[in-house]
Design a protein around this ligand. Structure first.
Ligand SMILES: Cc1cc2nc3c(=O)[nH]c(=O)nc-3n(C[C@H](O)[C@H](O)[C@H](O)COP(=O)(O)O)c2cc1C
Length: 394
């Protein structure tokens, strides 16, 4: 099975790349990730202004042991651009076949910082430039980050500056925010301005809530907090929608990310049109070695469907994502219960009684569906903890 991918003319030995973030903070960390098997990395975003992070800067929500939502109020790279140019060169010298993507952020009002950072990274040997138009905290208040990515005109103008700069030849990937009403509209504007590809998506602006014992908001900076960037598994459905929309229009090659912590998650992004997969939070929580699991699970998925290479399934699932009005309103299903599996727990009964069509009764400790009343909404199927309920076409 061949996991290699060609993205904008560069060969990645597998689709998995470290997204810009704490795991790609310096040359040593990126080198260790490459040794573990990552095909590439996006360096933690370079910025000219000095960075001093707040403490604490992370928060999370759990179900049991599992972190299902993560949040950060971290700023961009703490290393200076000059230190990064040295590190980019070092990494590329040691790992010429791995892909290094330089993420940069400049000022919305002037091309100078974008061009300076871009040329510095190009001369150091980076393979791509990723424009951070999407950080949701800290920078929007200064007219940067997501304040750029939420505005088609600002976004297109910056891409144009870079595309028109003769000295800058690296392919340009725009890192998008999902916090916009129509991501294709922004995507079309930057594509027309000369962007080569997309990274979708960055973290989503969010408030994580409170510690109800201390009444401190999460993450607490001396008892106060601010809206930060939401990542991890909860972000995945939003990211999938963004990848699907961008794959449909404007259709430039996509690096997909947001909530990926398995090879199966990656398969879903690829089915919707992503060619490369970016991962941050799962690496923060499990370390670089998660790459082995990601690759194994992706290959397992490929074997189920006899796909031999990634190209076999990039975007094929997007054909099944239609406009709301295009779905078949005559399609009909009804619930059915396997009494060998049902434990009579009443979960489906309560859901159907209070949010459905009152089509379920519990008789002899088993759920019974009244098929004449069932309208096939599938709420019982969603809530059933044992898998006893299936939806049958009728
Ligand atoms: C702590 C933290 C720091 C991040 N820093 C950056 C950054 O410097 N530049 C950037 O473009 N994205 C940054 N991101 C966003 C990630 O690259 C990624 O797009 C996002 O977290 C969604 O993917 P995930 O759910 O796999 O983490 C950061 C994310 C986290 C959690």
């Amino acid at each position: 099975m061949d996991l290699s991918v060609n993205y904008l003319g560069k060969r990645f030995d597998n689709p998995f790349v470290l997204a810009a973030g704490p795991p790609s903070a310096n040359a040593d960390m990126i080198s260790r990730a490459f040794e573990a098997g990552w095909a590439g990395a996006v360096v933690k975003t370079l910025i000219k202004e000095p960075v001093k992070n707040y403490l604490n800067r992370f928060a999370s929500n759990r179900i049991g042991d599992k972190i299902i939502a993560f949040q950060n109020i971290e700023l961009l790279s703490e290393m200076t651009p000059d230190d990064w140019y040295r590190d980019i060169k070092k990494i590329k010298d040691n790992y010429p076949c791995k892909i290094l993507i330089a993420s940069i952020m400049g000022d919305a009002r002037s091309p100078d910082q974008w061009i300076e950072l871009g040329i510095g990274c190009q001369e150091a040997g980076a393979d791509f430039l990723e424009l951070n138009f999407s950080c949701p905290h800290g920078y929007p208040e200064k007219g940067k980050g997501a304040a750029i990515g939420q505005n088609a005109e600002y976004s297109a103008r910056i891409v144009e500056w870079i595309a028109e700069e003769q000295a800058l030849n690296l392919p340009v990937i725009v890192k998008m925010t999902g916090a916009v009403p129509d991501i294709s509209y922004i995507g079309e504007a930057v594509a027309a301005a000369g962007a080569d590809g997309f990274c979708a998506i960055n973290t989503f602006p969010a408030i994580m809530g409170f510690d109800l014992n201390t009444l401190k908001p999460k993450a607490s900076v001396a008892g106060y907090s601010t809206a930060g960037g939401y990542s991890g598994p909860g972000l995945k459905p939003i990211a999938l929608r963004c990848v699907s929309d961008l794959a449909k229009s404007p259709g430039l090659p996509i690096m997909g990310g947001g909530g990926i912590d398995s090879g199966y998650d990656a398969a879903e992004f690829i089915l919707l049109g992503a060619s490369i997969i970016q991962v941050c939070t799962a690496v923060m929580l499990s370390g670089f070695d998660i790459i082995t699991k990601l690759k194994e699970e992706l290959m397992e998925f490929m074997s189920w469907h006899e796909f031999t290479k990634i190209d076999d399934f990039i975007g094929i699932g997007n054909k099944q994502i239609k406009k709301f009005s295009e779905l078949d309103n005559e399609y009909s299903v009804k619930a059915s219960v396997d009494h060998e599996i049902c434990r009579g727990c009443t979960t489906c009964f309560v859901a159907c009684r209070d949010a459905g069509y009152q089509a379920i009764e519990i008789q002899d400790m088993l759920a019974q569906i009244n098929r004449a009343v069932c309208r096939g909404c599938s709420l019982c199927f969603q809530v059933c903890p044992t898998g006893a309920i299936t939806m049958e076409e009728c």
